[in-house]
Design a protein around this ligand. Structure first.
Ligand SMILES: Cc1ncc(COP(=O)(O)OP(=O)(O)O)c(N)n1
Ligand code: 3NM
Ligand code: MG
Length: 209
């Protein structure tokens, strides 16, 4: 995949939002996010019909702006909606199983160590998510913050494999994350809680290091 797609990768679910979620997503799309992940999970999240309707509304907005719509975890939803891709963690469905059912979709995988990285590449992942780089309040079961060390190591071992970094990334630390080798940054709270989504995204974008 083109790593530029990962430049500013916004992840959102209703539980993350302060403003109406679809308003936040549309502002983020207008401001130039390059990828969107539908991640409707956590206490108080939508279920059933409301969950699917919300996903469809997010997907429609992404289509209007020509931005890839990626579904977190839920393979059946990704296939039902014909999403552009899926993001899976180590506890989610095996990549090869999903690839067999969706040849042309983007597959992202979370990796935390060299073995997981090697397996993701060997299994045909299109990109990897590396995190948490810094402490995050948006994922209760996140691993301890890893800092930039693992990211730098992976970049040196895989000079051109698409990498997005995640976890506690904001306007202040985004450029050091890019300099460490990330093609892009993936964020939830810095956009969901911003009072100036356009300004925030401008600062997150930056030139590649
Ligand atoms: C881009 C990106 N990177 C990492 C994750 C985390 O995935 P996972 O470990 O499966 O955790 P959940 O998001 O499912 O709670 C991600 N979602 N996106
Ligand atoms: C969804 C997610 N995954 C992570 C990982 O480390 O795998 S950290 C995280 C939450 C990122 O949110 P924020 O930008 O608010 O810190
Ligand atoms: Mg997951």
């Amino acid at each position: 995949m083109n790593p530029d797609v990962l430049n500013v990768y916004f992840i959102m679910g209703t539980v993350n939002c302060v403003e109406p979620p679809l308003d936040t997503l549309e502002q983020a799309l207008q401001a130039g996010i390059t990828c969107f992940q539908f991640r409707e999970k956590g206490e108080g999240c939508l279920n059933g019909e409301a969950y699917e309707t919300f996903a469809r509304n997010c997907q429609k907005l992404c289509k209007d702006y020509g931005v890839p719509f990626i579904v977190n975890d839920d393979v059946e939803l990704a296939l039902k909606l014909d999403a552009d891709g899926i993001h899976v963690g180590q506890d989610d469905l095996a990549i090869t199983e999903f690839r067999a059912r969706a040849e042309n979709k983007i597959i992202g995988v979370s990796v935390h160590n060299e073995q997981e990285m090697e397996l993701a590449v060997r299994s045909g992942a299109d990109y990897v998510g590396i995190g948490p780089i810094y402490p995050t309040k948006s994922k209760k079961d996140a691993k301890p913050p890893a800092g930039l060390g693992f990211l730098k190591k992976v970049r040196s071992q895989y000079p051109s494999f698409p990498i997005v970094a995640i976890g506690g990334i904001n306007e202040m630390n985004a450029s050091e994350v890019r300099l460490a080798g990330a093609d892009g940054i993936s964020v939830i709270s810095v956009i969901c809680e911003s009072s100036n989504v356009e300004g925030t995204i401008q600062k997150l974008r930056g030139a590649r290091g």
